[in-house]
Design a binder for this molecule. Structure first.
Ligand code: NAP
Length: 460
């Protein structure tokens, strides 16, 4: 197995990297474990010096980091820069706020006094996807390093340069060796790591298949884990939605990162009275996007991450059509070099069509008409996934009622502002378990210990 940096716009191989040998991997595990023994005793202020510095460097060199990302996986440069800046803000946020999140919490037992206190648990192994090459890393590094753990990270094999750049960032910020370790390793080595006694927790973001594999191994070894997996989020448009607000968000929600986002809007569920107007405007807006060089600020449609991803998605769309779905827009490869696909809309997807339950990881929207609000909620919930979702209505109280009835980990009303440094992120059902970011995220890999004092009396 190799790690390959391949430019999906030019179709050219940039660089190949070898995987680590087993002795090198052993040295790195030992270093991460040794580092934990000192890092765990550092004060929050001492940890914050390094984590905040990493955030500052990321911010100062945002363009340089963004360009590596755009070259390796095709994210449009403006989006890439935004991701780098957000990653910098996450590091800064946890440098400043980790202590508050992890402060002792007083409890009120009937007898005596009690509190919960937090302590780090050790080396955490993280497996991360290519679609947010830095944000995903910042999402684990900010909270878990500030909590006093050390990290070993296996990034996706198509973004090795991003993976290496992020490790260098911490070293430049003054991190001791072993604090943040990038690993170019195979799946088999990853399995060995999950089994290793020095690894105390496992965090994975990726596909359902990867989640099942890693979570079952972590479970067998009784290790705490968090799983951030796929999604097929509903975008529910009610009859009182403001289409001038809804359509731009529908386009952004489906097309940001060329549609390759776990919590992208994927199933557009529109009540009958709005359906024709929504579909016409959505189609026009998607059809207006222009494929081009993702390095060019003016490009509105970037390539998919790899040729393989494009071929798989085209096949998935063909399969959906063979089973009865109709194409209202697109469905084909764009006739130009690079892994480009037309923005596409599938309609008439019946429950027996496999597409009804699948995740489409690219610029393909699934469109459904429903009778009313209840039917919209029922359809939204008829999914194996449960990551996020959104509802569009001028009546915010109604939006909140609908949000409460949708079975997912996150719901957004009249926005899809997916993530924020301080808000927990994650899902239920096949979208995984556990949360990253926020109070729940930073507590994922700490020992929350109960300490109780009592009136000193012998038990009756
Ligand atoms: P993927 O194939 O599961 O890859 C994700 C990561 O898991 C990569 O580092 C990959 O390494 C690794 N991996 C895969 N199988 C593994 C195994 N058996 N053992 C060890 N490592 C393994 O996912 P993808 O298809 O590239 O990414 C897209 C998926 O991620 C989508 O389903 C998307 O919805 C989901 N995602 C979820 C979130 C979230 O927060 N919920 C965020 C982003 C993406 P290699 O590259 O070496 O195979």
């Amino acid at each position: 197995m190799t790690y390959q940096s391949f430019n999906p716009f030019s179709g050219k191989l940039v660089e190949t990297f070898k995987v680590l040998g087993d002795p090198q991997l052993e040295n790195k595990i030992a270093a991460a474990d040794a580092c934990f023994q000192t890092w765990r005793h550092k004060s929050y202020a001492e940890r914050a010096t390094i984590i905040a510095k990493a955030g500052e460097i990321l911010h100062a060199r945002a363009d340089e980091f963004a360009r590596i990302m755009t070259t390796e996986m095709g994210k449009r440069i403006g989006e890439a820069r935004g991701e780098v800046e957000f990653s910098a803000r996450i590091l800064a946020y946890y440098a400043k706020n980790a202590e508050r999140f992890l402060a002792p919490v007083k409890l009120n037992p009937t007898n005596g006094e009690a509190h919960m206190e937090s302590s780090p648990i050790g080396v955490i192994f993280c497996v991360e996807p290519w679609n947010f090459p830095y944000y995903q890393l910042a999402r684990v590094a900010g909270p878990h390093l500030m909590a006093g753990n050390t990290l070993m990270v296996k990034h996706a094999s198509i973004v090795p340069q991003c993976a290496i750049a992020f490790e260098k960032l911490f070293l430049e910020a003054g991190a001791p060796v072993g604090l943040y370790t990038n690993l170019l390793i195979s799946h088999e080595q990853s399995d060995e790591l999950v089994e290793d006694v020095r690894i105390k927790g496992v965090a994975l973001t990726g596909s359902v298949a990867a989640g099942r594999s890693i979570a079952s191994r972590a479970g067998k070894n009784l290790k705490v884990s968090s799983m951030e997996l796929g999604g097929s989020d509903a975008f529910i448009v009610l009859e009182d939605a403001d289409l001038d607000l809804t359509i731009p968000w529908a386009v952004w929600g489906r097309m940001y990162n060329t549609g390759q986002t776990c919590c992208a809007a994927k199933r557009f569920i529109v009540v009958e009275s709005m359906a024709d107007a929504f579909l016409a405007k959505f189609k026009a807006a998607l059809g207006a996007l222009k494929a081009g060089d993702p390095m060019d600020e003016k490009t509105t449609l970037g390539p998919l991450s790899t040729e393989e991803a494009l071929v798989a998605l085209l096949k998935q769309v063909d399969g959906a059509v063979t089973k009865g779905a109709k194409l209202a827009l697109g469905g084909k490869r764009i006739d130009r070099p690079g892994s480009f696909m037309e923005p596409s809309i599938l309609t008439d997807i019946k429950p027996e069509n496999p597409a009804f339950r699948e995740e489409f990881f690219g610029p393909v929207a699934l469109f459904f008409r429903v009778k009313d609000e209840d039917a919209a909620i029922a359809l939204a919930n008829d999914s194996d996934f449960g990551l996020g979702g959104s509802v569009w209505t001028k009546d915010v109280a109604r939006g909140k009622r609908v949000a409460s009835r949708v079975e997912t980990g996150m719901m957004f009303i009249n926005n899809i502002d997916w993530t924020d440094a301080e808000l927990p992120f994650g899902g239920i059902k096949d979208s995984g378990y556990g949360r990253e970011l926020g109070d729940m995220g930073i507590q994922q890999f700490v020992n929350m210990k109960l300490v109780r004092t009592h009136n000193a009396k012998a038990p009756a």
